[in-house]
Write a protein of this length. Structure first.
Length: 251
């Protein structure tokens, strides 16, 4: 069985230090096979926020792969956003979309952020043709028999959470990923955990969202997902404090 710790929306700059320490202690004690972070490491994409995120991630002592979130693109500096949007990621460059050697499991990155969109709210998701093409190619190249997990920041379709993603191209992307052989899509952005099934045209795909380890909580306390992958995929929302962990059943 493969065990993943799926975290998201850490938001250094608005981080919950107690939650970060709690997560790090669990990683060291339980030693999952890998940690998957589905975006929004920072609050405003500032250098000191990325530096703090890098120090925390490196201290986990565990294989880590990271996706880019909308908060990880420069917001107040238009030149940096449009010309060099990922320069400040250099502190954690080796972890971005990092391939992980996991027995029987392939994790495929899918970019859902955009430097510019033809709408006022650029925080919402967008799947470009190129990003989808690259993800489908990686799925098709995965070893036969592997469980395929796609990791991205924005939920591709709405799942009933308080916050929304309104991902443009998300529905079509989900259908294409299902047809290519994806088993699940791991996301963040909405700050509440969920696990639901989406009946695609080709096959059913699990949509699994992680909560937040920041102060920017919604309906749930700070949390992350433990994902167990064997003959089936099981998701447990690990919640900080006196709130018990919760098995997320696909619905």
């Amino acid at each position: 069985m493969i065990r993943l710790f799926h975290a998201s929306d850490v938001h250094f700059g608005a981080e919950d230090r107690e939650a970060l320490d709690w997560f790090a202690r669990l990683v060291r004690a339980e030693q999952p096979d890998a940690v998957v972070v589905t975006g929004d490491l920072t609050m405003r994409a500032r250098r000191h926020e990325f530096a703090a995120a890098a120090q925390w991630l490196e201290g986990l002592g565990c294989p880590v792969t990271v996706e880019v979130g909308n908060h990880d693109l420069p917001y107040f500096n238009p030149w940096a956003r449009f010309v060099t949007p990922y320069r400040r990621y250099r502190a954690i460059e080796a972890m971005i979309e990092r391939p992980l050697d996991l027995p029987g499991v392939t994790i495929v990155p899918l970019k859902t952020t955009a430097r510019f969109q033809w709408r006022l709210n650029w925080s919402k998701g967008h799947v470009s043709r190129r990003a989808l093409r690259d993800a489908v190619a990686m799925i098709e190249a995965a070893p036969s028999g592997h469980r395929i997990l796609v990791a991205c920041h924005h939920p591709l379709v709405e799942t009933g959470t308080r916050s929304s993603s309104r991902t443009r191209g998300g529905g079509a992307a989900l259908s294409a990923l299902a047809a290519a052989g994806a088993d699940a899509v791991l996301t963040g952005h909405v700050h509440d955990p969920f696990d639901t099934c989406h009946p695609g045209a080709a096959r059913e795909v699990r949509l699994i969202g992680a909560g937040t380890l920041s102060e920017r909580v919604r309906e749930s306390p700070p949390s992350f997902n433990e994902i167990r992958i064997g003959s089936a995929i099981e998701t447990i929302a690990r919640r900080m404090g006196d709130v018990p962990d919760r098995l997320l059943s696909p619905r």
